[in-house]
Write a protein that binds this ligand. Structure first.
Ligand code: SAH
Length: 350
């Protein structure tokens, strides 16, 4: 998921009251009392703004999420690309004090591929592709064909533009499509790649089911995603944890979260073979601080202001993410498996 690049730290506490002041009741309006009227209007705006930052409201419907995600990435992708480049995901911080952040993002892709033991690829799908950084990297690395899907028309357009600029036209294709209903035939890809998009999916069963459907038998599925900590049988998140995630959800257009263990159960439920999972939270930990630091310059702040409210809110949510990682609530989970090879009617591999 895109982590908005720009932020001016001192403003955060000024804009986000920790609790709603009790005296924010609009004054009773009387005819001709224009001061009171404008004060009331101002209070109204302030209250609505505070509510937008706060979690705890009703969950967004699927349609609201889809529209929200498309708009969020339409508005913020250019700013991210200007500051951070074509990859909209965490970096691989080994050693932990490295400062070549863009290379750290590329390394994350390579390290995930190595972890999942992908040593060849003919055709990959990049589910939730951003502006296509992973797709182009895969195409160059394996000389493969890629199809990327995103909800954001801006991202799909920019993905195609960059493919052309980088001499990959015809190899990498990007389009607007929903991961929960992919426009691809069954069994189309030998590598199914989802890097930091799963957290946006309001229906994880449908999401995984689609990944399985488009994967060819024997093909590899890779999901790198934000999850919450594993829960014991009957345990649920605490109220405080729920509240933190609610706020992040509002800012990044995310639905309810699940744990890495939930994903493992889902994959196994679909008959996946060789399911593996690893928590890389500690490997990506320095990333957020780097993003926040990168935002403390005039260009970033100006870009942020021009990108509008949802981008500003996204920037504020970086601090919440940092808190979530620190207290062990949020995890950066890697999952991989293979789709079982096709079996004939007589139980023989085909
Ligand atoms: N994987 C990319 C981008 C991560 S940002 C990268 O690492 O650079 C999250 C992406 O998921 C965005 O492109 C967003 O449009 C996409 N996304 C979220 N929900 C989606 C859905 N239902 N269908 C398709 N794409 C989706």
């Amino acid at each position: 998921c895109l982590l908005v690049a720009t932020w001016s730290l001192p403003s955060v506490s000024a804009w986000v009251p920790s609790s709603r002041p009790q005296n924010l009741q609009p004054p009773v309006m009387t005819r001709g009392n224009s001061n009171a009227a404008s004060r009331s209007a101002l209070f109204g705006v302030a209250r609505r703004a505070a509510n937008l930052f706060r979690g705890g409201g009703r969950e967004r419907t699927r349609d609201e999420l889809k529209l929200g995600i498309a708009g969020f990435y339409d508005r913020s992708s250019k700013l991210w690309e200007d500051v951070w480049g074509e990859h909209m995901h965490h970096g691989f911080y080994v050693p932990e004090n490295r400062t070549d952040h863009v290379q750290a993002q590329v390394d994350l892709i390579d390290q995930v591929l190595a972890w999942a033991k992908v040593d060849s690829c003919t055709k990959a799908v990049d589910v939730g592709c951003g502006i296509g950084g992973s797709s182009r990297h895969l195409a160059r690395k394996y000389n493969c064909q890629t199809e990327g899907i995103t909800l954001s028309p801006y991202q799909a357009g920019r993905g195609n533009e960059l493919a052309e600029e980088q001499g990959l036209k015809g190899k990498c294709n990007f389009q607007v499509a929903d991961a929960l209903q992919m426009p691809f035939q069954d069994n189309s890809f030998d590598v199914v790649w989802s890097l930091e998009s799963g957290e946006h999916m309001p229906d994880k069963v449908q999401f995984v089911s689609e990944l399985f459907r488009v994967c060819e038998p024997g093909g590899r599925i890779i999901i790198v995603t934000w999850t919450h900590r594993d829960l014991d049988e009957g345990e649920s998140l605490t109220k405080k944890e729920d509240k933190l995630l609610d706020k992040i959800n509002r800012a990044y257009y995310l639905p309810r979260w699940c744990s890495g263990k939930d994903y493992v159960n889902l994959l196994e439920g679909f008959g996946a073979k060789d399911v593996q999972r690893e928590d890389w939270s500690y490997i990506i930990a320095p990333f957020w601080k780097a993003v926040i630091r990168s935002s403390l310059n005039l260009k970033s702040i100006w870009g942020l202001l021009r990108s509008g409210f949802s981008t500003i809110r996204g920037a504020y949510a970086m601090l919440l993410m940092l808190r979530g990682y620190k207290n062990g609530l949020i995890k950066f989970d890697l999952l991989t498996c293979t789709k079982p090879p096709a079996v004939s009617k007589h139980g023989m591999p085909m």
